[in-house]
Design a protein around this ligand. Structure first.
Ligand code: HEC
Ligand code: HEC
Length: 505
């Protein structure tokens, strides 16, 4: 087939002939222009970049949006579509932190991908939070500390329940997007967003089913996640077939500063870390954590993770912001050296100590065993296949039989204490378990300068309700880390002195 050739004879004929020619070429031209547009729009794959390491940590991409990203405007619209599934107003009510002038909370990154801006979580969402030095003092952002206010299960539940409800459809979401973003082009309105909404709904309903195990557990509350049962989901483990004793692993978010000093211990080997000491390589712990930010071996952005990794090597906690009684802290230092330093390091900056980075057997530490049991030999073997074929194939996960003796840098920022976050303050941890609070409130950002940790005795403040944590629930036990070796039989004044010294960490 070829375009009609136009002869010169007859005006009308020539005019009709030209139209015929245009009509012949038009579809081709449109197809090419449309193709170039589609190629440009739908193949773009570009994260929002940040020049400085701190902004990159807070808002930079790890590559997770490619596999797991929510379309930005759907993310923005959903709190208005499903307000009944949020505890309060917007994502901030889940404990996410908005800095002034930002449209996304700390720990959420953005990338242009598949023709849309897509957003997902990064490391900072679980490893950054805020503190206040008094009830009416301003909140200060602290990078690298545990996100003790983030309720990640409520975050998941919000998306899952919204997707399962009747309003997760283009009919409801597209008008909300147009209200927020302005008029969409016909392509976006009738094709791109309806397809994106449909795909997102399918995916969320699938995940809702897979993560069903988590909804049978006692509430995690803010600042905790079941790390390694979530990892089992990644391997398509049939969760319903697992023995109940391994299905309960809610763990407190840890701090992640000073990773360089965490590489070596006194005997020259690598520190065994994670709460149960199941991995000796900080690089592997980082890549393992990156699954939590939605990445998979083909989609991880190694350069971007590398920047975070580098920054974490030497990132440090800020100094304690309230007054410290130096005389008392000096006495505490001697006691700490005698009782604690061998397991936890000489100080907040010096991590040397014969047993630092070793695992203390459960029979000796006697803290709640659920987190330990949730990590299994089977999972370790499966994790050994992660990144198979890559130079950085996982090799260092293994099953242990206790909990790790970790450095205590910034320990005043890491409350509540122990791997399951079952002890509200440092002073309480120095009491025998029977004298520790049986229940308390989590999620307050106000520093408790007396007992050291966060204020845990009030159910609400500044219009926010806190989570009532009960140590009687399975997996929440507050026993262990007690007896002579752990300083719980010292006189009260000595315990006070150790707590004062820990403020300098
Ligand atoms: C969903 C929340 C979440 C996200 C997102 C997350 N982490 Fe973590 N991270 C945790 C929890 C919980 C643990 C403790 C795991 C355990 O032992 O049970 C942890 C442990 C770690 C540790 C080990 C701490 C130590 O030295 O013992 C490192 C390092 C770490 N994360 C780095 C990262 C990095 C880097 C990222 C981003 C790529 C990241 N995390 C993203 C929750 C998270
Ligand atoms: C035999 C080693 C050992 C000794 C001695 C020891 N600890 Fe621990 N400590 C541990 C282990 C193991 C854990 C983790 C237990 C868990 O989370 O279940 C821990 C946890 C902690 C935590 C909680 C860390 C966090 O991020 O939640 C603090 C604080 C702490 N210890 C302080 C002390 C102090 C203070 C002393 C001395 C009075 C001391 N420990 C003595 C092994 C020890």
């Amino acid at each position: 087939m070829s375009a009609p050739a136009c002869s010169q004879d007859g005006c009308l004929k020539s005019w009709l002939c030209r139209i015929g020619r245009i009509l012949f070429w038009l579809p081709w031209v449109l197809a090419i222009v449309g193709g170039i547009y589609a190629l440009g729009r739908f193949t773009a794959d570009e994260p929002v970049g940040y020049a400085d390491a701190v902004s990159h940590y807070k808002y930079g991409s790890t590559g997770g949006e490619r596999e797991s990203g929510f379309p930005y405007w759907i993310w923005r619209a959903l709190p208005q579509i499903c307000p009944e599934h949020l505890p309060g107003k917007g994502y901030a009510s889940l404990g996410m932190i908005y800095e002034a002038g930002k449209d996304l909370p700390v720990g959420v990154s953005k990338r242009r991908n598949l023709g849309l801006d897509r957003v997902f979580l990064n490391c900072a969402v679980c490893h950054t939070s805020t503190i206040r030095t008094g009830p009416n003092e301003p909140a200060q952002l602290v990078l690298g500390m545990p996100a003790h206010r983030l309720d990640i299960k409520a975050f998941e539940t919000f998306f899952f329940d919204c997707a399962a409800g009747p309003k997760f459809s283009a009919e409801f979401i597209v008008p909300e997007i147009e209200r927020l973003a302005g008029r969409l082009s016909p392509l976006d309105r009738y094709l791109v967003y309806p397809v994106a909404i449909g795909l997102m709904r399918e995916r969320l309903l699938m995940l809702r089913d897979r993560f069903g195990f988590a909804f049978k557990q006692p509430e995690w509350g803010p600042g905790r996640v079941d790390t390694f049962n979530s990892a089992k989901v990644l391997f398509n483990v049939p969760m319903h077939a697992l023995p109940p004793k391994e299905l309960l692993g809610a763990s407190d978010f840890p701090s992640i500063w000073n990773q360089a000093k965490r590489m070596k211990r006194d005997d020259g080997a690598r520190m065994e870390l994670h709460w149960d000491g199941n991995n000796t390589h900080t690089e592997e712990r980082n890549k393992s954590a990156a699954f939590g930010t939605g990445t998979t071996p083909p989609t991880i952005d190694l350069k971007a993770i590398g920047r975070v990794e580098n920054w974490l090597l030497t990132a440090e906690p800020p100094p304690y912001p309230l007054p410290i009684d130096l005389e008392r802290a000096g006495r505490g230092k001697a006691l700490y050296g005698e009782y604690c330093a061998a397991c936890h390091g000489a100080s907040g900056k010096d991590f040397s100590g014969a047993k630092v980075g070793h695992v203390t057997p459960l029979a000796e530490i006697r803290t709640d065993r659920a987190r330990l049991d949730s990590y299994t030999y089977d999972l370790a073997v499966n994790q050994g296949t992660l990144y198979a074929g890559y130079p950085h194939r996982f090799q260092h996960f293994r099953k242990t039989f206790g909990y790790a003796n970790m450095p205590l840098d910034g320990i005043w920022l890491r409350a509540p204490y122990l791997h399951n976050g079952s002890v509200p303050t440092l002073r309480d941890l120095l009491e025998p378990a029977a004298a520790r609070p049986a229940s308390f409130y989590r999620g307050n950002e106000e520093i408790d300068g007396q007992r050291v940790g966060f204020v845990s005795t009030v159910p609400s403040a500044r219009g926010q309700k806190f989570f009532h944590f009960k140590t009687s629930e399975p997996g929440n036990g507050n026993g262990g880390h007690e007896g002579h070796v752990f300083g719980t039989d010292l006189p009260a004044a000595d315990k006070d002195a150790i707590v004062e010294y820990l403020k300098t960490f």
